[in-house]
Design a binder for this molecule. Structure first.
Ligand SMILES: [Mg+2]
Length: 259
């Protein structure tokens, strides 16, 4: 059975690793992060770096084969940021292309792992019920806030920059956070992020304001905003459904108080 229900778009520099000169510093937990989430997510790379550099680093780390597709500098928008529509449109076009080839070629058509995985993507993941591009099953993790603009602001996890800190555990905590989302069989990742990102506020830079139930901007570690900051739990554990909802309610209460 195909367990993959979501698409996870990952930045490279300062998110999965950091390079300085010839040195490559892999973020602690990066390999485990990829391997643990691979059964549940279609993994995509989206980097502002060049193809040669990105491919070389991914090969060095040994995780290149876990990614369904890689987007590089040339796939950025004209203003230089990452548009999730680029990813979704590409996957839709590729599915159509190989679907047609399959019909034409019949049993002579040889399917690679890539084509198999591509054809396995459920249409519900890519399209909503009105046949529009679906933003409810895609998440982007990136250290640059520029990539959380406009319509995709609710799809992002704005991870803290990684350079060389060996004690960094952002990926470990975000992995648990995403596995919990899988465990809960979340139908809308935007809603899940909006209601629960504060659990991992220690590991991210900011939580976007949005149309959902949590219109509070949280900046981790910023004392000026401490009144409006919801203290993160020290650990994100794979919790039962009941663990999430009461916490979300307490945030709404806090908001009312401040108003
Ligand atoms: Mg980056």
């Amino acid at each position: 059975m195909n367990k993959k229900k979501y698409i996870l778009v990952l930045d490279l520099d300062e998110t999965l690793f950091h390079t300085s000169g010839n040195n490559l510093y892999i973020r602690p937990g990066a390999v485990d992060f990829i391997k643990s989430l691979y059964p549940y997510f279609y993994l995509i790379v989206f980097t502002a770096a060049t193809k040669n550099y990105a491919d070389e680093m991914l090969d060095k780390i040994g995780i290149s084969n876990y990614f369904l597709k890689k987007f590089y500098r040339q796939h950025l928008t004209k203003s230089g940021y990452k548009d999730l529509k680029t990813v979704l449109r590409f996957l839709i076009q590729e599915k159509v292309k190989y679907h047609n080839k399959l019909i034409k070629g019949g049993s002579n058509f040889k399917k690679s792992n890539y084509i198999n995985e591509l054809m396995n993507i459920n249409n519900n993941i890519l399209f909503d019920k009105d046949n529009n591009i679906n933003f409810n099953n895609i998440i982007i993790i990136d250290n640059l806030v520029e990539n959380f603009k406009d319509s995709q602001s609710a799809n992002g996890i704005n991870i803290i920059d990684f350079t060389i800190d060996k004690k960094d555990n952002c990926l470990k905590m975000i992995k648990e956070f995403l596995l919990q989302m899988v465990f809960l069989k979340t139908k809308n990742v935007r809603e899940y992020l909006c209601n629960n990102l504060y659990f991992i506020s220690k590991y991210i830079k900011y939580i976007p304001t949005s149309n959902f139930t949590l219109p509070i901007k949280i900046i981790a570690g910023n004392k000026k905003n401490s009144k409006r900051t919801v203290k993160p739990k020290s650990n994100v554990k794979p919790a039962a459904k009941s663990d999430v909802k009461p916490a979300a309610k307490s945030v709404v209460k806090l908001k009312k108080k401040n108003n």
